[in-house]
Design a protein around this ligand. Structure first.
Ligand code: PGA
Length: 254
């Protein structure tokens, strides 16, 4: 795991953008994430696109997950969210921004079709990830198989609580989602996880230094040959080997 620690969330976004633009400019297949954490990265990428430093015109994108039961045009569906916060502001071809079909009549079939679509596209070159306070990635909640595929998942009460801020009240938060599985996510060639804020520090410690465990789904990154984790000081604050990670980052052999 490559661990980069930056002073502020803005510096986390800059460091992530430096990596992301190389993929976009090469026409790579990008895995996108919703949630609050990547918003600063999307703003940075939008600014760089306006300055002509990056283009998404040759890329396609797959989202990590989608609520089940929300119409895709509901403002909190991830289909709508990713367009509102990012892809509509840059030169992405809209039809090439795909997400699991959360409003499908048959969610199991939609989940299998999503894995198939990713495979048909040649796989994801770089998958952006956030981390939940309970260690989830995508909507893979604790107890998710480390080899799981895209599937219907029941949201953890903590996730429902965390996401209630986007809805009128807790009761309006969907209880189910379609999420890329941990096995699906692990097939991306490069994983890029961003975390900011002290409320993520326990999950980050469990991911980086805890055992490989379905109880902390993000710990599956320990198995990935190319995982980059970019943290701000607050999110990194519980890491036991923090000074070593800083040394590695500041004294790269190449
Ligand atoms: P957040 O969500 O970026 O809104 O904190 C991350 C996640 O739950 O995966």
């Amino acid at each position: 795991m490559d661990i980069l620690i930056r002073s502020t969330p803005a510096e986390v976004a800059t460091a992530a953008a430096d990596i992301f633009v190389r993929y976009a400019n090469a026409g790579a297949t990008l895995g996108l994430a919703t949630g609050s954490t990547p918003v600063a990265l999307y703003q940075e990428l939008t600014s760089r696109c306006e300055r002509g430093e990056v283009s998404f015109a040759r890329s396609r994108a797959f989202l990590l997950d989608e609520y089940v039961g929300l119409d895709r045009f509901h403002e909190q569906s991830y289909y709508s969210t990713i367009r509102r916060v990012f892809t509509s502001h840059v030169d992405f071809i809209d039809e090439l921004v795909q997400s699991p079909e959360g409003d499908a009549a048959n969610p199991d079939r939609a989940a299998a079709a999503y894995d198939q679509a990713i495979r048909h596209a040649g796989g994801i070159d770089i998958q952006l990830l956030g981390i939940g306070g309970n260690g989830h990635i995508g909507f893979n909640e604790p107890s998710s198989s480390l080899q799981s595929r895209t599937r219907l998942e029941t949201l953890h009460p903590r996730t429902v609580q965390d996401n209630a801020r986007f809805f009128e009240n807790t009761d309006s938060v969907p209880r189910y989602a379609l999420t890329q599985g941990l096995g699906t996510i692990s097939e991306a060639r490069h994983l890029l996880l961003l975390a900011t804020g002290t409320e993520k520090s326990t999950a980050v410690r469990n991911m980086v230094e805890g055992p490989l465990s379905a109880h902390c789904p993000a710990s599956v990154l320990q198995l990935h040959p190319r995982a980059t984790v970019i943290l701000d000081e607050d999110a990194a604050s519980q890491l036991e080997d923090l000074e070593y990670y800083r040394f590695v980052d500041e004294h790269r052999p190449h």
